[in-house]
Design a protein around this ligand. Structure first.
Ligand code: SAM
Ligand code: DTB
Ligand code: SF4
Length: 319
């Protein structure tokens, strides 16, 4: 199988619009060939620094510009974060992702704490992922030295739809952050959100940018908007679950070796829709009762879901 980095938007549109049965069949073939022994990775998520963010992302309950209930909180300290990582490992997670509601990483004590968290999570034998906005080359290399596995920074939507969602940082700045992470040797986690009033051309546009990154991001989170009260997107209707299935399947075909993570929005999906997403090639989920500030299916429900689908969970890394 050749991995391509020259997908055109019309090719991607054509995939997104295939008859669903054909799209699923193609995605399954690509998935099984690229990832023999189909396993699902469980990634736990913790908000280390919640709320009070200066960016104006229209979807986000943590933005100061939005009137959602989430208010700025002091950051969690290193030990409680590591206690949560230990608990996530005991519950069966392989990756521990930590979020900061920041426009960009801040040097000094908060960054030293972030580095200590990364080292501690790695010492537990878990993969460590951080999402904290923009960063400098020096911060990226210090995170790499601390053993950070992945940095999450999403493109969120197409270049054309982007300005309707965020005005305080540009698409170009996001691409530069991604390039900086890539240069430091940390793997990339980069995806987006559907259900933000975008067209199907915008969905293809997001996938076009992702699939033409070379190399592809190692993980690609596909989120469905969680429409939170107090955000400008609060009134948007829930996405059609089959649109999410199509997005996952198309991402799988375009980026055969990437981990496609079925991310926010699973609480709005029934068991069968989630299984269709797994069938479409999703091979990772967020695992644990909360995402950053909103809910996620509980651990027992997810264990039951994976058992019902007959899906194996990826073994944790050795310490
Ligand atoms: N502040 C950092 C940043 O934006 O890069 C890191 C945290 S931010 C909350 C991480 C990602 O969560 C966003 O890029 C967005 O894709 C996703 N996200 C935030 N709120 C969401 C929502 N209501 N529904 C779906 N995804 C959401
Ligand atoms: C990603 O793409 N989705 C996660 C993770 N990366 C950081 C975050 C989802 C957040 C959903 C809204 C919330 O819980 O605040
Ligand atoms: Fe801030 Fe990230 Fe939320 Fe945007 S998505 S408002 S940058 S926390």
């Amino acid at each position: 199988m050749i991995t391509r980095h020259d997908w055109t938007r019309s090719e991607i549109q054509a995939l997104l619009e295939l008859p669903l049965m054909d799209l699923l069949w193609q995605a399954q073939q690509v998935h099984r060939e690229a990832n023999p022994g189909y396993e699902v990775q469980l990634a736990s998520l913790l908000s280390v620094k919640t709320g009070g963010c200066e960016e104006d992302c229209a979807y986000c309950p943590q933005s100061m510009h939005n009137s959602s209930d989430v208010t700025g909180q002091p950051a969690l300290a290193v030990e409680p974060v590591l206690a949560r990582a230990r608990a996530a490992k005991e519950a069966g997670a392989q990756r521990f992702c930590m979020g900061w509601a920041w426009r960009e990483i801040r040097d000094g004590a908060p960054f030293d704490a972030m580095l200590a968290m990364v080292r501690g999570v790695r010492e537990l034998g878990l993969e460590a992922c951080v999402t904290a906005g923009m960063l400098t080359d020096q911060q990226a290399s210090r995170l790499a030295e601390a053993g950070l596995t992945a940095y999450n920074h999403n493109l969120d939507t197409s270049p054309e739809h982007y300005d309707r969602i965020i005005t305080t940082r540009t698409y170009q700045e996001r691409l530069e952050t991604l390039a900086r992470v890539r240069r430091s040797g940390i793997t990339l986690c980069c995806g987006g959100i559907i259900g933000m009033g975008e067209s199907s051309d915008d969905r293809a546009g997001l996938l076009e940018v992702l699939a033409n990154l070379n190399p592809h991001p190692e993980s690609v989170p596909i989120n469905a908007l969680v429409a939170v009260e107090g955000t400008p997107l609060e009134e948007l209707p829930a996405v059609d679950p089959l649109a999410l299935v199509r997005m996952v399947a198309t991402a799988r075909i375009l980026m055969p070796h990437s981990r496609v993570r079925l991310s926010a929005g699973r609480e709005q999906l029934n068991r069968e829709a989630q299984i269709l997403c797994l069938l479409a090639g999703a091979d990772s989920i967020f695992y644990g009762d909360t995402l950053l500030t909103t809910g996620n299916p509980d651990v027992a429900a997810d264990r039951a879901l994976l058992a019902a689908a007959g899906v194996r969970v990826r073994e944790p890394l050795p310490c």
